[in-house]
Design a protein around this ligand. Structure first.
Ligand code: ADP
Length: 484
């Protein structure tokens, strides 16, 4: 089977968030399952900047291609490279006007950029005569591809057997724009209606993807269910319910080579489950580096974008009570000014208990994953979540709100059966958050045998890409079978 994976970001060429990690990793694992993946992404400015750092080359394979139906004369070139460490070809859509911004998501016109990229990918597939079975698009930036396939390209023999799969990585980002952009797309005006792209007087790209793709998935089974409810549906729950028979959930994996406490060169001391004692060297060094007293108290880590989605409001409500449990709290994050200021104030007030690091620092992140005892993720919603997966891998016990991917990866520890790999709460509420933290602290302090077992269960949790890639292959088969 041959798959074209389409994404705005792909690691290591351009990375802003988790999407890049997924599209950078999944094709490597699909290759091992005898699937032939081809990746398409824009040739952002950063792609050239990163070439040296990640030792890849870029070679032009086509130039001056046009998109006849778009309301622009801009032409594009195609470059090719490979995902480092694999044979996966990556094709780059290159256009100076649309893809030369410093920041991947900060071009001159986000709507036109996404439209141009989506249409260019379809033209590129044809120009390259790539014989793919599935066109796998990701998030709103590529969501018009399924719409084009079922309209302007519906009669095109090259596309006649091809199916599309849409992965929603975060329903919070939909690509909602003024309806005037419909003209630019070259799509029929008739799509401006409630069963098309129309969305409260504007147009919604993700809605188009949901309605027109053959199969849809999101990045965890629980989130796939949640987004069909009003509470999590971000005004698209009705549309998602319409497609519920074709809507699946597949957890992301993590890269076991990069996130491995036995070999990770970014942490203070390597360790494994057998040599778990060395984890505590990481803890002491972390305390030292962050200027916290080197004491035998539970260290709770948190690494996150500081935005409402991440449950910071309920954490703030009970933060003072958490400090009363005699724990240390280490935060690494950037985001909304109100949260940055708030945690800096907590750090001032509880200087021997709180370390608030307001920056983006992947090395410090690893040290926190390795050096903390617990990892807090009280998210309001969480499509999949990577933080809890990395912390499990490093034997750092997650305390989470059971939502989305957090509910699918973290299981409450039960003493009776010695089962479970973490702690959590269901209802989005600060009192329950506090109770969960207190429960974890109690196990840490008073139930040492169980604490050891929780760490063992955490480190043995299967979060591999092998597992997820098999599920994607299955999903592709489901999509292909819809066409025959
Ligand atoms: P989201 O994609 O919603 O931000 P995830 O948990 O899926 O949340 O992924 C966040 C990733 O970004 C994690 O790998 C986390 O370690 C990393 N991260 C977040 N903030 C920072 C930061 N300030 N410094 C370093 N890494 C960070």
């Amino acid at each position: 089977m041959k798959i074209a994976l389409i994404s705005y970001e792909v690691y290591p060429f351009a990375k802003v968030g988790g999407l890049a990690d997924v599209v950078g990793a999944l094709p490597k694992y699909l290759e091992k399952l005898s699937v032939a993946p081809f990746v398409f992404m824009p040739k952002h400015k950063i792609v050239e900047d990163n070439a040296k750092k990640f030792s890849y080359t870029l070679e032009k394979v086509k130039e001056n291609l046009e998109i006849p139906y778009l309301k622009t004369d801009e032409k594009f070139d195609i470059y090719i490279s490979k995902i480092p460490g694999s044979n996966v070809p990556v094709y780059f859509i290159s256009n100076q006007y649309y893809f030369s911004a410093e920041d991947v998501y900060n071009g001159p016109d986000l709507a036109e950029q996404a439209i141009y990229f989506s249409a260019a990918v379809l033209e590129a597939l044809k120009a390259l005569e790539l014989d793919v079975d599935v066109i796998h698009v990701n998030d709103w930036q590529t969501s018009l591809i399924p719409v084009y396939l079922k309209t302007l390209y519906a009669e095109d023999p090259y596309f006649s057997k091809k199916v599309s799969v849409l992965t929603i990585h975060n329903l919070g980002y939909q690509g909602v724009f003024e309806s005037k952009y419909l003209k630019f797309t070259g799509l029929p005006d008739s799509l401006y209606n409630i069963n098309g792209l129309e969305f409260y007087g504007k147009i919604n790209f993700l809605k188009g993807g949901i309605l027109f793709s053959d199969v849809i998935n999101t990045v965890s089974p629980t989130y796939a269910q949640e987004i069909q409810t009003k509470e999590y549906g971000e005004k698209l729950d009705g549309v998602l319910r319409l497609r519920s028979e074709d809507l699946y959930g597949i957890l992301n994996g993590i890269d076991y080579d990069v996130y491995n406490p036995e070999t990770d060169s970014r942490i203070y001391a390597n360790y494994s489950l057998k040599e778990i004692g060395k984890k505590y060297e990481n803890k002491r060094k972390l305390q030292e580096e962050l200027g916290l007293p080197v004491r035998e108290v539970p260290v709770i880590g948190m690494i996150t974008r500081l935005v409402d989605q991440k449950g910071l409001d309920i954490l703030a409500d009970v933060f003072r009570y958490i400090t009363l449990l005699d724990v240390q709290f280490v935060l690494l994050g950037t985001g909304d000014r109100k949260y940055e200021t708030l945690f800096k104030e907590f750090e001032k007030e509880f200087s021997d208990k709180v370390s608030a690091n307001i920056k983006f620092d992947i090395n410090l992140a690893q040290k926190i994953y390795a050096g903390s005892d617990m990892f807090l993720m009280p998210s309001r919603y969480e499509p999949c979540g990577l933080g809890q997966m990395y912390s499990l891998r490093y034997g750092t016990i997650p305390i989470v709100r059971y939502t989305g991917g957090l509910a699918d990866t973290v299981k409450e520890y039960y003493e009776k059966t010695f089962s479970g790999n973490g702690f959590g709460f269901k209802e989005y509420n600060s009192a329950f958050l506090l109770k969960s933290v207190a429960r974890a602290v109690d196990f840490y302090r008073n139930k040492k045998v169980h604490w050891k077992k929780i760490i063992e269960n955490a480190m043995k949790t299967d979060l591999s890409w092998e597992k997820s890639a098999k599920e994607y292959l299955n999903l592709y088969k489901i999509a292909v079978n819809k066409k025959v």
